[in-house]
Ligand binder design. Sequence first.
Ligand code: C5P
Length: 232
Amino acid sequence: MGKDVIIACDFPSAEQTLAFLDRFTGRKPFVKIGMELFYAAGPDIVRQIKSRGHKIFLDLKLHDIPNTVRRAMAVLSNLDVDLVNLHAAGTAEMMKAALDGLTRPDGTRPLLIAVTQLTSTNQEALEHELLIEKPIDEVVMSYAENAKKSGLDGVVCSPLEAEKVHARCGENFLTVTPGVRFADGDRGDQKRVMTPAQAKEIGSDYIVVGRPITQAQDPVAAYERCCREFIG
Ligand code: C5P
């Protein structure tokens, strides 16, 4: 599996997203479409971006009963996206149903990765709201192992966890890591960050980069810098 930089297209409309992507006249970046854009612009924005030659990570984090997730994943698979995700908290039964729904009649399917614990959830919320008493690191690793056992391809995780996930789940288990900033860049609201070069060093498979590219003066130059530092 080749390393790649995924641009988080966190824009509120199709127009803004397409205007942003118009700048990329050379190499077509791998693009992440999240809830904001998908709920605003619907499946049509996925088809449009795909038809322009981009790979797509559809970041909708499904979490529902297994039958509903199976059926929803079949619809997403028909959209011909490359990477989709769900919450590992939905259990192994839900993750297996998701894989089943994603698999097309010819046996192909988009890659499927799991969110373990959101980085916005801390130990306090885990213990007092979710009533999970184990240390959060242990919970993250256990959910990653459960995703692996269920047949998933990887997890979304902090770059700081990527090495540990590979050690527990194998080198081929994908780590897709947000929280990336240039050494000389603005951190924004991200607290635990790594540079693209550091993410490469610790073995991240894909980095997800939003504002350091989308808000840059020259987004294409920022994307190319990211690729140079991360892929080489
Ligand atoms: O702009 P920035 O580079 O911080 O964007 C990171 C992207 O990755 C956003 O779409 C954000 O929602 C997503 N993400 C994250 N941290 C997680 C999971 C997803 O930043 N733990």
